[in-house]
Every structure is written in structure tokens, then in C-alpha cells.
Design a binder for this molecule. Sequence first.
Ligand code: NAD
Ligand code: UFG
Length: 333
Amino acid sequence: MTILVTGGLGYIGSHTCVELLEKGENLIVLDNLSNSKLDTIEKIEKITNKTFKFYKVDLLNKEEVKRVFDENEIDAVIHFAGLKAVGESVQKPLLYYNNNITGTLNLVEIMQEHQVNKLVFSSSATVYGNPDRVPIKEDMPLSTTNPYGSTKLMLEQVLQDICLANSQFKVVILRYFNPIGAHKSGIIGENPNGIPNNLMPYICKVASGKLNFLNIYGNDYETEDGTGVRDYIHVVDLAKGHLSALERMEKNDSGAFIYNLGTGKGYSVMDIVKTFENENNIKINYKMVERRPGDIAKSFADPSKALMELNWKAEKTLKDMVRDAWKYEINNS
Ligand code: NAD
Ligand code: UFG
């Protein structure tokens, strides 16, 4: 199969490219490099010993996107490209609506013009808002609290509507929980610009001495130790979920299918800090501070639908996640 991966040089995209190449798929990667670096191409090729075609193209530029489809016989698209920082989306809503929504509309319009009818879309557990209960199932109520989340929820609706209108079109919507960790080689991983917003990259910067201490946002939540609980999933397990989604689309039925990708286990901020310290033998300095606005107490998946229908489940442990995250940090600092 020839698969177009949008945003394929980003964090989750690069790990998915590795898995696809190792499976023997033919890859075309499109990325505008707004949140990734060109040298990721060499890194992916180094891990896999395989090559692929790369287009530096912005999804907002329809002519360039068309060129990618004109020049290649594409069987399916995995669509990662998008902006993802919750706080920035509150400050710059138009940037987020334009990039994520217009970019995706351009992509699906051009896909339909070229009779490319298979799409895997990156959604997020953020579409569950502040859930009434955990574990979270796919049919629970949806809501969002920030423009980033709203782009995901709106796009889920758009894609489902396209499937209703076009019986050839198949979409798998994957709602990711909290991806962390890195490829076991330590060659690719998560490398955000500036001071990280997310827990694991922040811990890595404290461990390597680039930041002095971790702020733990709240120890008065209704959780076992008072700190927030999330479903952390190894990025390689998450990447493999996309291969399962592509296989799912080989079945005859058309339409939109939605799956949670998580482990089903919730770990607190303190669990993460302690596991990181124990596995990597490094002390993490931290301070308990006020809750971060917009954060929720607990979020973890019921991943049983993905197991039943995609035959996918997360295999890696929290120890694997903290070890691999640290290996990548050491290699890249
Ligand atoms: P990332 O920023 O590392 O990767 C996204 C890639 O898309 C980047 O390489 C960026 O340069 C590219 N891109 C952005 N806008 C583009 C455009 N208009 N045209 C072409 N390329 C563009 O992010 P990630 O963590 O790999 O996330 C991938 C997807 O998964 C995103 O859609 C994100 O919203 C979603 N997601 C991520 C998380 C997470 O915690 N990382 C959780 C849930 C969902
Ligand atoms: N946390 C800290 N200190 C930090 C960073 C985070 O204590 O410096 C805590 C948070 O309060 C939360 C947990 O660590 O309890 C995880 O926080 P992250 O920022 O790593 O992840 P979130 O669950 O807040 O957000 C992630 C993605 C969002 C997505 C959301 C829901 O980053 O894009 O999951 O799926 F919207």
C-alpha cells in the first residue's frame, strides 16, 4: 500500500512512519515543518534502513497538496498534521481553527477528487471534556473547553458527515490519551520548542538539569494521592494502533469508526515522578503548586472497543515509557 502521512515528521507521526516502513509499506510524508525538523527524515531512515518520499507542503496550500496527490497513487491517508498546544489555542483561536480545520477540509476535498477514500484521523481524549466517570467509553458525552479541543470535535463531526454523504469514504477516528516515551533506539522522540507544557518532557528537562524543578499542578484532587490521573500510553503502542486502523479499513464496511487508544490504566503525577526516579536513578525536584486552570482530576480510557474491533492493545509498561523518554533526552541534549 502507498500511504500518505501528514504531519509525519512530528512526534507521533515519526514513530508511526517507523512502524509503517518496518511493515514494508510505501510511504509519502507531507509536513510544513512548523513543529518538526527536517533531520527527522534521516533519523527515521537510520532506524528502518528504508527510504521514503518527503514533501515540505502546508495543508493550507491547496495547489501544493493537489500536486502530492497528482504525483502519487495514494491508497490511504493518516492525518496527524495540526497544531496541538491547548494554551496557545486559547490565545490564538483563529490560528488553530484555520490550521486544523481549513487544513483538514482541504485534505479531504482533494482526497475525494482523487478517489482516495481511506483516512485515519488523530483525535484526542480532550473531546470528552470533564468526564462524569472513568474509564471513558467512546459513547460518553462530548464537550470541549478550548479551541484546540473544539477543532478536534468539529472535525470528528465533519468526517462523519462526509461518510454519510459518500458511501465509499471510510474514516477511523482515533482518540489518543496521553502519549509519552520514545522509540527504543533513542533516535526519535518528543522534542517540544521552548519550555514544555506536558508532564513527561518537563520531567526530562528537570532530570537533565535544564529546568530546576517540576511544578506539580495540584495535590487536592479526588485521587489516591491528590495529584491528577491520566492514561499514559507509549508512543510506539500508539503508532501501532494506526496500522491496526488501516487493516480495519480493508474490511468491506464503510463509514466512520471511533476508537479510544489508551492503556486503560490511570497513573497520578506522583506515580510518574516516582517511576521515573526509580527506573532512571535520578532525583526529580518538585514543588506542589496551585491547580492548572482547565485541568481535570482523572482521565483514563476503556480501550476494549479497540481490542475487540482493531485487535489492538497497548503492550508497553510505565517503566518502558519513562526509560525510553529519558534515553531520548540523553541522546538529544
Ligand atoms: P506534532 O506537533 O509533533 O506533529 C504535528 C506535525 O504536523 C508537525 O510536524 C507539524 O510541523 C505538522 N503540521 C502542523 N500543521 C501543518 C500544516 N498546516 N500543514 C502541514 N503540516 C503541518 O504533534 P503530535 O504530538 O505528533 O500530534 C499529532 C496529532 O495527534 C495532532 O493532530 C495532535 O492534535 C494529535 N494529538 C496529540 C496528542 C499528544 O499529546 N501529543 C494527544 C491527542 C491528539
Ligand atoms: N502536570 C504537572 N506539571 C507540569 C505538567 C503537567 O503537574 O508541568 C500534570 C497536569 O496537571 C496533569 C498531568 O500532569 O495532571 C498531565 O498533564 P499534560 O499536560 O502532560 O497532559 P494533559 O492531560 O493536560 O493534556 C494532554 C494533551 C492535550 C490533550 C489532553 C486530553 O497534552 O493536548 O491530554 O487528551 F488535549
